[in-house]
Design a protein. Sequence first.
Length: 490
Amino acid sequence: MKLHELSVAALGRGLREREFSSVEVTRAFLDRIAARNPALNAFITVTAGRALADAAAADARLARGEGRPLTGVPLAHKDIFCTDGILTTCGSRILGNFVAPYDATVVERLDAAGMVLLGKTNMDEFAMGSSNETSGYGPVRNPWDPGRVPGGSSGGSAAAVAAGLAPVATGTDTGGSIRQPAALTGLTGLKPTYGRVSRYGMIAFASSLDQGGVLAQSAVDAALVLAAMAGPDARDSTCIERPVPDYVAGLERPMRGLRIGIIREFFGPGLEPGTGAAVQAALGGFRTLGAELVEVSLPNLPLSVPTYYVVAPAEASSNLSRFDGVRFGHRCADPQDLRDLYERSRGEGFGAEVKRRIMTGTYVLSAGYYDAYYLKAQQVRSLINADFRRAFAAVDVLMGPTSPTPAFPLGAKVDDPITMYLNDIYTIGANLAGLPAISVPCGLVEGLPVGLQVIGPHFAEELLLAVAHAWQRETDWHQRRPPEPAGGTA
Ligand code: GLN
């Protein structure tokens, strides 16, 4: 296998056994990025010089026998994570000149684990989107079919890992932005429990929903990287004080007797038939492994899209008020007065979808409409939570599709926000309830990947990873790679 095809686990092992050096590995990925990124647009910033220097430092540690599981293994960060001294745009032109003065906790921890940063990945502007088409830096293309979207908002991270431009990448998931792009590009995408991973230095979209996580080639790789990212952080008061289990040690858990609830509401109209069939086949696979399958109803879950599209814009309208042209980011030319400075800086810096969310959010929080929209949405959010609580009294995990369709063509939904929002119909519930969820490749429909979603109770990451791993021991969907473009590259 070529270096860029190796898993995180295999790279870590090979580095410790000195089969190859971190500089060689890093160079292989930088070559892939140089060859493929112009067509895919997965990276906004490539940090080649720093990556090679960090790789050399990792090699020195490896030579001294100080290698740990991730020492010298490259990764990419979604451009929502602040990186000290490196451009951090959050996919927005308003932060087109923002060089972060500090590292996010996630960045700091993966750096401390010895990982080598290749660059910052493209994303929907402020993580608002399901197709990566709202980015201020152009859309990302899906390596499985460059005419299609990679999903969003962590689309750059997904495309980078799927095309072998990085062995693993971070993402964030506010309403599905790790799981949906993972599904659409054939990756394993884990959104941890709200509070499992620190949000410090992760640019805020909707603070009660945002959670950092990982897009990887397998459950093993996701377990390795999550173990290094997760855990309490004094700088984020919503990050839970709870020890991090050894996710890798927990992977080998038999599926016999596992109680799986199949979410009835996830198999209704709107689910593309090929996707439904692939997910059903996966469910059958778990039955063969000895799991017990029962149908479960979460009656309020169909309300999750309208609930989310009130709560998330409300929080976004508040979070994004800090981008005002005064403290950081884009400032308009020759402001006449303070109001003109605010209006033109924001008007020029934000894209259309972000403006739509700010307006929606401001509206639902306004004095006359707060009770009718925001308060009502919070009440429905409680009902959705209660549905999940009831379900988890009877089953260990819930399963269903991750996304209603495989990757759709670029441009197919951009002019119709409601249709775009419906992509999130199966993912948003877990965010509203703060639950961990994982998407695992479970088939191909006309050559495009499909994801199985597994949702667990709070802090069940270990179980979700074990379920994903059990499936990946039996199948090879996660090892399928998108076709290489004709002519070949590095
Ligand atoms: N697609 C959803 C949105 O546009 C979710 C995005 C996310 O998870 N960051 O808000």
